[in-house]
Design a protein around this ligand. Sequence first.
Ligand SMILES: Cc1ncc(COP(=O)(O)O)c(C=O)c1O
Length: 386
Amino acid sequence: MALIDRINPHIKTIQISDIRKFDMEVSKIPDIIKLTLGEPDFTTPEHVKQAGVAAINENVTRYSEMNGFFELRKAAANFIKEKYNISYNPKTEIIATVGATEALSATLFTILEPGDKVLVPMPIYPGYLPLIAMAGATPILLDASNNGFVLTPEHIDEAMKKHSKKVKAIILNYPSNPTGVTYLRKEIFKLANTLQKYEIFVISDEIYSELTYEETHVSFGEYLFNQTIVINGLSKSHAMTGWRIGFTFAPEKFTQEILKAHQYLVTTTSSISQKAAIEALTKGMNDAVAMRKEYQKRRDFVYQEMGKLNFEIARPAGAFYIFAKIPQGHLQNSFAFCHDLAVRGKVALIPGSAFGEAGESYVRVSYAADMEKLVKAMTRLKGYML
Ligand SMILES: Cc1ncc(COP(=O)(O)O)c(C=O)c1O
């Protein structure tokens, strides 16, 4: 047996994300307009950057506490309290992580054992399934496309009836990547009521919580504190993807366990980034407001233009994505459609199938791009569709 064949089979089954692969492929097309990646096009606010520079100059270059500087955890607790009216103790219930990604991996590796099952609503951000696989667990995919991509208590009850004891957790993500759909207070109330019947963890990825356009975000932790691990971070709210700051918010007894996984995965997150994050969560508490207004304008524009071209869209109320059903009369295989559109129409969108089978015959548009680019992209899309 060759050594390479002895590698962990769970890793062998994982592929590099289709989003990255597709993006790399279309990047080779000259003059392409890409609305592909899920990353803010804004730069990190100047005062936050300066806090990072000051941290370097002041030699804040050593390890911090494992769970992050206390000042940062306090700032995160205040931010969450002020914005979403929910209290987490910064001493015992918050961990600063390496982006939301490490918050997710530390959480999943803490909770999951081989053979466990995890409920995952589809279509879904492609970051979760590989982590579930690495932990030796398997996902139970819940297709919520029959309800405008909003999961209902019935979806959960049905899955629990079928898989019952093996289910260890459910992952929620709202506002959603890729659909932009978010849950209203009454929907969260109903879901929480259902989930509290079952002894399962709720991992609520709320990384887009500052980017909701009509309604203020409601955290799942507010309704089901004792079962929930809330994941959040600064990547989207403060255009800080490269700084790698995320958080877990969870009851003390869960946090203590997640902290062990966090320590042995990464020790702690960057001290320099943490100093910038303190600035972002205190003096920059409302930095997302201007960006949100701009995203909203773009959303309205893209939603309207794609609607005119007969794309069917569940109204996106948050994040910076539009998930649109390809109109009849066009290629229905989302990869074939996106490929053809990129080559002939010079606009790159992400095939819906990158987010699971439930996303087939859809495309994801990321409107984290300036208006000029969006106008040009929509003109090209129109030229291609008509
Ligand atoms: C739903 C969702 N969760 C988590 C992440 C990862 O966030 P971070 O860059 O903070 O690791 C992303 C990034 O695109 C995302 O869309």
